[in-house]
Design a protein around this ligand. Structure first.
Ligand code: TRP
Length: 332
């Protein structure tokens, strides 16, 4: 018996992976596998709640897998899989949707945001999205769900669904906790530092991608929005741009905020922005090179996602069988 606690997390292949998802999520995942039993899902089923180009979606799903591995997630020590390969997700989604209230789903801020952005395609999947996310988590009896702050509401709804189900049928599901990193929980846009760094950012300079070329990365950092002062000081309320760059630098170069402040005493923002850009370029270089190499090795990637799906299915189907029995479905 594995005595370790279980972790599950997922990222949508709805765009290229960003520096925000790397620093806020993947970078932290790498160390967890020694202490936890970890499942990482590429949530392609969530991605189609907004229109995707099929060829692009397929390409990005594989690219995301390659970038997970290149970032240091060992597929032997972690279960890495593609959501649509484990049919239990779609099946538990349906059951959980019957235990999720219309009112609860209506209150989800991500639904409100996404329906405002996709006014011509407010589909039922976009609305019931949190029930699928609850299925992702509850199938593996996850104790902890590493997510950014923007996903906390969905994990809380997952807890409510799990408690509601357990209240009727006994202890079927582990009730999960959100697991939010202290530093880097939210990397902000380089051009509008009051907003989260996002692949849907309209301004291309606001977002850095894992696979981006060094020259492009440097250009975006040089153009990053700062403020009218000249001192490099961590003050997230009044100096949003500089504080965000300090967080990025701190995570990329392994320096504390105090060390960074001392390093740039008497120097201008120009020097600081170049230093942050260079640190990010050096941090991403080996990841990009390894991901490019892996993407050429289709047979290897295929083996990883097939093994991952087989391991995930084993665990997920166990939970699903229990759920089907509890709700009164006749055994196959
Ligand atoms: N909803 C998450 C996001 O948009 C992605 C996600 C889907 C997820 N299923 C999950 C995250 C399960 C954690 C656990 O970022």
């Amino acid at each position: 018996m594995d005595e370790r606690k279980t972790i599950l997390s997922g990222i949508q292949p709805s765009g290229d992976l960003t520096l925000g998802s790397y620093m806020g999520a993947m970078k932290n995942w790498v160390e967890l596998c020694n202490d936890y039993n970890c499942f990482y899902c590429i949530v392609d089923m969530h991605a189609i709640t907004v229109r995707q180009n099929p060829a692009e979606l397929r390409k990005r799903t594989l690219a995301q897998l390659a970038q997970y591995i290149a970032s240091g997630l060992d597929p032997e020590k972690n279960t890495i899989f593609i959501q649509s390969h484990v049919s239990a997700h779609a099946e538990l989604n349906w059951v959980l949707a019957c235990y999720t209230m219309f009112g609860e789903l209506s209150r989800m801020t991500q639904f409100k945001d996404k329906s405002a952005k996709n006014a011509d395609n407010i589909n039922a999947g976009l609305f019931t999205y949190p029930a699928l996310m609850a299925a992702d988590i509850l199938l593996y009896q996850a104790d902890l769900v590493p997510v950014g702050i923007d996903q906390k509401q969905h994990v809380e709804l997952t807890r409510d669904i799990a408690n509601r189900f357990n209240g009727v049928y006994g202890d079927v599901f582990t009730v999960p906790e959100p697991f939010i990193p202290k530093v880097g929980a939210k990397i902000m846009s380089l051009t509008t530092p009051e907003n989260k760094m996002s692949k849907s950012d309209k301004d291309p300079g606001g977002c850095i991608y894992l696979m981006q070329k060094p020259e492009e990365i440097m250009r975006s950092f040089k153009r990053a929005v700062t403020d009218s002062e000249t001192c490099v000081k961590y003050d997230p309320d009044n100096k949003k741009g500089i504080s965000n760059l300090m967080t990025i630098y701190s995570l990329a170069a392994g320096k504390t905020y105090e060390e960074i402040e001392n390093e740039f005493v008497g120097k201008g923002y120009g020097d600081f922005k170049v230093a942050v850009g260079e640190a990010v370029v050096e941090m991403l270089r080996p990841i990009r090179e390894e991901a490019e190499r892996l993407l050429k090795d289709k047979a290897y990637l295929e083996k990883v996602y097939r093994d991952g799906a087989a391991r995930a299915s084993y665990v997920a189907n166990k939970t699903l069988r229990k759920v089907y029995k509890k709700v009164g479905f006749v055994q196959k």
